[in-house]
Write a new protein. Structure first.
Length: 319
C-alpha cells in the first residue's frame, strides 16, 4: 500500500488514479457473488487508503492540488463504476464522506502541525454534518425506528429461537433503542474513518519526508481542552433534552469519547516511550481493547480525557 502512495506522489494524475482505484475496489469487492461477507471488512480499509491519498496530497502539496486530485479522481472513479455497472452515485458519497473531510483535516494538520488540533477539526465537521442532517431530514432516529418497527416482531422471534438462553434484558430492547444506538454508531464510524485516513496520510508523509516523525507526533497527541468541556456538556444535555436534540447531543458526545480514546492510546505509547518500557505493555493494551470491549474502550477514553488535568506523560518524565 505504501508503494502505491509513493506512486501517487509522482504527479497529479497518478494521485487521482490511485485514489480512484482504492475507492473503486471497495465498491467492486461487494459485487463479488457469494464473497461479500468475507470481503466486507476490506471495504473500509480501501476507503481509508483512498482518502489518505487525498490527505497525503494536501500535506505535501496543499489544498488546491488536493482539490484537483479530487476532481480527477472523481471522474476516473465514475468511469470505472460505469464500466463495472455500479451506480455512479457512489462517487458523490466518496467525495463528501471521505475525500473532502480528509482534505480539510489534512490542511489543518499541515498548517498547525498538531494531530490533536486536526482531530478537533474533524469533530467540528461532524457537528456541522449532524446539524445539517437534523435540519434537512429531521431526526434520523425517528425514521430508522419506523423502519425497524415494521420487522421488529419477526426479528425478535428469530433472536429468541437462536438464543433461547439470552438474558431477558437483551430481548426487551426496543426499536427506539436500536435506532438511537445505530445513529450514534454511524456518526462515530464516520469520524473514525476520517481520523484513520488522516493518520494514515500523516504516516505516509513522515515516511517520505521525515522518517520517525509520525511516531514522535502521535505520542504527543492531545486534543484542545475545549473538546473535553464540550463532551461533558453534550453528555449532560443528552439526558435533559428530547427528540432531535437528544439524538444530536448523544451522537456528538460519543464522537468526543472516540477522540479521547485515540488520545488515551497516544498516552500509552508516550508513557512507554518515555519510560523505555517493554513493548509488551502496548501489546497487552491492544489485547485488552479487543477482548474486554466495550469496557476497555471507555477505560482508554477516560485515560485520554483526564490526561488534560493529570498529564500522564509529564508525570512519567518526573519518575
Amino acid at each position: 500500500m505504501y508503494a502505491l502512495a509513493q506512486l501517487a506522489m509522482r504527479g497529479r494524475l497518478y494521485a487521482a488514479l490511485v485514489a480512484a482505484a482504492f475507492a473503486w475496489a471497495a465498491f467492486a469487492l461487494i459485487q463479488v457473488p457469494g464473497a461479500a461477507l468475507l470481503l466486507l471488512p476490506l471495504m473500509p480499509l480501501l476507503m481509508y487508503a483512498s482518502a489518505a491519498v487525498v490527505g497525503l496530497t494536501t500535506l505535501r502539496n496543499g489544498p488546491t492540488e488536493a482539490g484537483l486530485v479530487i476532481l480527477g479522481g472523481g471522474l476516473a472513479m465514475a468511469a470505472g463504476l460505469l464500466a463495472a455497472q455500479i451506480p455512479v452515485r457512489h462517487v458523490l458519497e466518496v467525495l463528501f464522506v471521505f475525500w473532502v473531510p480528509t482534505l480539510v483535516a489534512g490542511e489543518v494538520l499541515r498548517r498547525r502541525q498538531d494531530q490533536g488540533v486536526a482531530a478537533s477539526a474533524i469533530a467540528i465537521s461532524a457537528t456541522v454534518v449532524a446539524l445539517l442532517v437534523l435540519l434537512l431530514s429531521g431526526d434520523p432516529v425517528v425514521q430508522l425506528e419506523a423502519w425497524l418497527a415494521k420487522h421488529w416482531d419477526e426479528w425478535r422471534d428469530m433472536m429468541r429461537q437462536s438464543m433461547p438462553d439470552a438474558p431477558q434484558a437483551r430481548m426487551s430492547v426496543t426499536p427506539a433503542d436500536v435506532a438511537r444506538a445505530a445513529t450514534h454508531l454511524m456518526l462515530s464510524s464516520w469520524v473514525f474513518g476520517v481520523m484513520m485516513s488522516m493518520l494514515l496520510a500523516r504516516w505516509w508523509h513522515a515516511r517520505m519526508d521525515n522518517p520517525g516523525g509520525f511516531g514522535r507526533e502521535f505520542k504527543e497527541f492531545r486534543l484542545p481542552r475545549w473538546v473535553a468541556f464540550a463532551t461533558v456538556a453534550l453528555m449532560v444535555l443528552s439526558f435533559l433534552v428530547d427528540g432531535g436534540l437528544r439524538t444530536l447531543t448523544g451522537a456528538l458526545s460519543q464522537v468526543g469519547m472516540l477522540l479521547f480514546m485515540v488520545q488515551g492510546v497516544a498516552v500509552a505509547h508516550g508513557v512507554v516511550a518515555i519510560r523505555s518500557a517493554h513493548v509488551g505493555w502496548l501489546v497487552a493494551m491492544y489485547l485488552m481493547l479487543l477482548v474486554l470491549m466495550p469496557e476497555s474502550l471507555y477505560a482508554i477514553a477516560l485515560t485520554g480525557f483526564f490526561d488534560h488535568w493529570l498529564d500522564y506523560r509529564k508525570r512519567a518524565q518526573r519518575v
